[in-house]
Write a protein that binds this ligand. Structure first.
Ligand code: MF3
Ligand code: CO
Ligand code: CO
Length: 270
């Protein structure tokens, strides 16, 4: 298998799917309040995606090899949940951190993005972890340009995160994306500069570091999907879908409610 290069018309489709995925997060934001359940957020997102966007929630019934079909339309990962948290009927409480991960399919194209949310006042450590994970994602994005390598992205994330005492989850990675949800290449969030695949104009992939406050080890829960930190330390994640352009990168999963890039991102996002 090889890494697909998207044509101009493919990229048009991916821009739309990416924006829609981000707009689902915008839509959910006012509902993310102490006392809401993740099932309610799932239902709101499902209805918005299917009825307003006339798109498809990609997670629903997604069943890659060896996995049982994913039962919901979004992923909601609370506190020490690393990723793939399944929405449920438990109310979110003050101090919780939440990652909402949205993937929509529009006209056959996938857009995949996630953000962190804070329920009321959260601990200083939790705020720091979310902020540094956001910055880590952007350090990876800034490496994206033709001729750079997948290893450059991982190395940038690792060199930023680990000296701050944070750990990077190794078992899950970013991924190529297009007509498929998970395509080649794998985008590791650690690594060595100059290694792995060389980036070319027209490639599209996600960068989605999962970063822990404690040890990097994870554990699978019996539901077959939910991943937690083994030491129950907090975990954070942010995700964007990114296009390799002639001169650098274009983030496809932006919308009115996207948080601005960190201050160290000096150029525009295109
Ligand atoms: N959106 C996740 C990712 O970033 C994948 C979720 S798979 C699901 O790759 F089935 F759990 F939704
Ligand atoms: Co993804
Ligand atoms: Co995702």
């Amino acid at each position: 298998m090889t890494i697909s290069i998207k044509t101009a018309s493919d990229i048009e489709g991916m821009r739309i799917a990416g924006r829609l995925a981000s707009e689902v997060l915008d839509y959910l934001t006012p509902f993310v309040q102490v006392g809401v359940t993740t099932n309610r957020l799932d239902q709101l997102a499902h209805d918005y995606i299917t009825q307003v966007q006339e798109a498809i929630p990609a997670p629903l019934n997604y069943s890659p090899g060896g996995y049982s079909p994913y039962p919901k339309s979004i992923c909601t990962s609370v506190n020490h949940v690393v990723c793939h948290g399944i929405p449920n009927d438990k109310e979110l409480k003050k101090g919780d951190t939440l990652n909402i991960d949205i993937t929509v399919i529009k006209d056959g194209w996938h857009g995949d993005t996630s953000r962190m949310f804070h329920l009321g006042e959260v601990s200083i450590q939790a705020k720091r972890l979310s902020k540094l994970t956001y910055e880590a994602m952007w350090h990876g994005i800034l490496k994206v340009k033709p001729g750079a390598t997948v290893g450059d992205i991982g190395a940038a994330i690792q060199r930023f995160a680990e000296p701050q005492g944070l750990t990077i989850v190794r078992e899950f990675c970013g991924h190529g994306i297009g007509r498929g949800f998970h395509e080649e290449p794998q985008i590791l969030h650690y690594g060595r500069p100059g290694t792995l695949e060389t980036l070319k104009e027209g490639m599209i992939f996600t960068i989605e570091p999962m970063i822990n406050a404690g040890k990097r080890d994870i554990k699978d829960m019996p539901d077959g999907w939910t991943i937690v930190t083994k030491d129950r330390s907090l975990s954070a994640q942010w995700e964007h879908t990114v296009l390799v352009t002639a001169t650098g990168y274009e983030v496809l999963t932006l919308s009115a409610g996207s948080p601005p890039p960190p201050d160290f991102v000096v150029s525009t996002t295109t």
